[in-house]
Design a protein around this ligand. Structure first.
Ligand SMILES: [Zn+2]
Length: 298
């Protein structure tokens, strides 16, 4: 059965400017590949309702994003830049992620959200690292309202998801496992950062054999799920840990994401899985990584 992929057309309209690595072409290439692939069925989701976002972000921050977009955009923080479509794109991205959770919750199969802007660097009241809204945490809170109390977030983007960690590190109902390059942007993600025992960071140096990254992430996933079967698995699926990515120095190939996805399914056979797109800055490589992940979700 093909995997349900959710997106929103406005995700293609958010544009942080020329020469910015987080370009609309990333998602355009991904969607072109997925729409031509028999293993995926791409559906446009409704934008998220602001009521879903206030579980994670203060209203004043949401208003700031909306107003800055309405004025045509501007620099939110360093390289995190909005244009006139950024607020609609952020709502569309969150909506697609929520649609994925609804799909998986209803046992219609695993799902993937092909979206941008990404989310795992976004803090409660500030965007950073190309991220505006904390999509994974918004999804986790939505799942918990649906009765899926224990939510596991596995983040294999090459950067540490400082925003996700900050938003869940005092809440034992969510566990966060992150493999990331270290030391590297954004500077957080030491192994000693354990939250309330619910944070499992796997910081590693660049240029190691891919099996080291896969096996060390896998050991952390096994530790995080020991005696703690999650009711939902969210994969913060960045693909910038692939060899050659301009924003990272890891060495993974699409086959490694397939391997990790297969292992997750075998290890957690009763847990619905929702992948959501984070980083990955060579569009063709990003699409190949997503397809490898999807083929093991169907
Ligand atoms: Zn990244």
């Amino acid at each position: 059965m093909p995997v349900a992929v959710f997106t929103h057309p406005d995700c293609l309209r958010h544009d942080p400017g020329p020469d910015h690595p987080e370009t609309p072409a990333r998602l355009r290439v991904v969607l072109d590949r997925l729409r031509a692939d028999p293993d995926a069925v791409v559906t446009n989701a409704a934008p998220a309702d602001v009521s879903e976002l206030v579980a994670v972000h203060p209203e004043r921050y949401l208003r700031l994003l909306e107003e800055m977009s309405a004025r045509g955009g501007g620099t939110l923080f360093l390289d995190t830049v909005l244009n006139g479509a950024s607020w609609s794109a952020a709502l569309g991205a969150a909506g697609a992620v929520l649609a994925g959770v609804d799909h998986a919750h209803a046992r219609r199969g695993h799902a993937f959200a092909a979206v941008r802007p990404p989310g795992h660097h976004a803090l409660a009241a500030s965007g950073m690292g190309f991220c505006l809204l904390a999509n994974a945490v918004i999804a986790a809170r939505h799942a918990q309202r649906l009765g899926r109390v224990r939510v596991l977030i596995v983040d294999w983007d090459v950067h540490h998801g400082n925003g996700t960690q900050a938003l869940v590190e005092s809440d034992a109902t969510i566990r966060y496992v992150s493999l990331h390059q270290w030391p590297w942007y954004p500077g957080t993600g030491a192994a000693e950062e354990r939250g309330v025992g619910n944070v499992f960071n796997v910081p590693r140096g660049p240029g190691k054999p891919p099996s080291l990254y896969v096996d060390d992430l896998w050991a952390a996933i096994v530790a995080a799920t020991a005696g703690w079967p999650p009711d939902l698995l969210l994969v913060s699926a960045g693909f910038d840990a692939m060899a050659g990515d301009p924003l990272g120095g890891f060495t993974l190939e699409p086959s490694h994401y397939a391997d990790l996805t297969r292992r997750l399914r075998e290890h957690l056979p009763d847990t619905p899985i929702v992948g959501l797109m984070e980083g990955g800055y060579i569009p063709e490589r990003l699409a190949a990584g997503i397809l490898a992940h999807l083929r093991e979700l169907n």
